[in-house]
Design a protein around this ligand. Structure first.
Ligand code: C2E
Ligand code: MG
Ligand code: MG
Ligand code: MG
Length: 285
């Protein structure tokens, strides 16, 4: 009986892997058509200066509205797009779309910065620097208004290549942020060589800030590291007033998270920025 059970189990296992492969193939096929079928769009999450309490920019985040599955989370489909290379085309679309949007945003004459996530696969493309600079030119966006978010893993495959490309981008005036800082394999040696200006504390360290002592210490350490290396620190995933207060007292300059706003559609983002700034004005008078 045991043997029989084992056998059945084995068959079940094979069948489920088979199903998984078919699901994945279908997902890849659907993803290949997502762009052409206008199923992708961007949402924008405000980034706030904790001292001035002003919105200084937005992070563009990709959304895929699948015709039958509904909203597919990027944590699920971006890895698929990276594995089959389609992230190159999708990433270029994101950059174009975000720049198009940023060109239309000037809140009372104060232009906002737009942050775009750049996949390690995109960074590996030979033409990536030219593609980015060309996109800025086409949309007439000054390079200083674009921030690229790269993760620590982007540096690892080919360090000198990544350094060279990021230096060119930096030289053009684009700023570079290390996303999900603290979760990857970055060493301080990388950080020293990398032309980065911003560190983003990963939301996993912010979630239990002030509740979990280790997380609080890690967040403190990243803030101190930023201070000593002269990098701006931005906290992601800020959800409570206590977290916001602590981070701002501790010297973290920027923050984003549900406490301020979830990622928003463009028109809602405009409404948010105006409302947020009016509220600050009222509180000051
Ligand atoms: P990320 O770049 O680290 O983005 C932060 C994630 O945290 C976003 O998830 C955002 O919606 C979420 N978030 C923001 N505030 C809060 C909060 O207060 N609490 C919690 N629990 N979460 C918060 P999202 O939009 O699902 O994106 C997930 C990841 O997918 C991103 O992580 C990024 O790595 C990737 N991604 C999204 N859009 C793009 C894109 O256009 N290109 C590339 N290459 N990757 C992207
Ligand atoms: Mg990001
Ligand atoms: Mg992040
Ligand atoms: Mg993340």
């Amino acid at each position: 009986l045991a043997k029989q059970n084992g056998h059945n189990h084995f068959q079940f296992y094979v069948a489920s892997i088979d199903q998984e492969i078919r699901d994945r193939k279908q997902l890849e096929k659907d993803l290949a058509q997502a762009l052409a079928n206008h199923q992708l769009h961007l949402v924008y999450q405000p980034q706030i200066n904790l001292e001035s309490k002003r919105v200084i920019g937005a992070e563009a985040l990709l959304r895929w509205e699948h015709p039958t599955r509904g909203l597919v989370p990027p944590d699920f489909f971006i890895p698929v797009a990276e594995a089959n290379g389609s992230i190159v085309e999708i990433g270029q679309w994101v950059l174009d779309q975000a720049c198009w949007q940023a060109a239309r945003w000037a809140f009372g004459g104060t232009p906002l910065r737009i942050a775009v996530n750049l996949s390690a696969v995109q960074l590996r493309q030979d033409s990536i620097v030219d593609d980015i600079l060309d996109t800025l030119r086409r949309h007439k966006i000054p390079a200083g208004r674009l921030e690229l978010e790269v993760t620590e893993t982007s540096f690892m495959t080919n360090l000198s290549d990544a350094v060279a490309k990021l230096r060119r981008l930096r030289k053009a005036g684009i700023s570079i942020a290390v996303d999900d800082f603290g979760t990857g394999y970055s060493s301080l040696t990388y950080l020293k060589q990398m032309p980065v200006q911003h560190l983003k504390i990963d939301k996993q360290f912010i979630r239990d800030l002030l509740v979990n002592e280790e997380d609080t210490r890690i967040a403190n350490t990243i803030i101190d590291l930023g201070k000593s290396l002269n990098l701006t620190v931005i906290a992601e995933g800020v959800e409570t007033a206590e977290q916001e207060y602590y981070l701002s007292q501790r010297g973290c300059q920027l923050a984003q998270g549900y406490y301020f706003s979830k990622p928003l559609l463009p028109s809602d983002f405009e409404t948010f920025v105006k409302g947020f700034h009016e509220k600050i004005l009222e509180n000051n008078t």
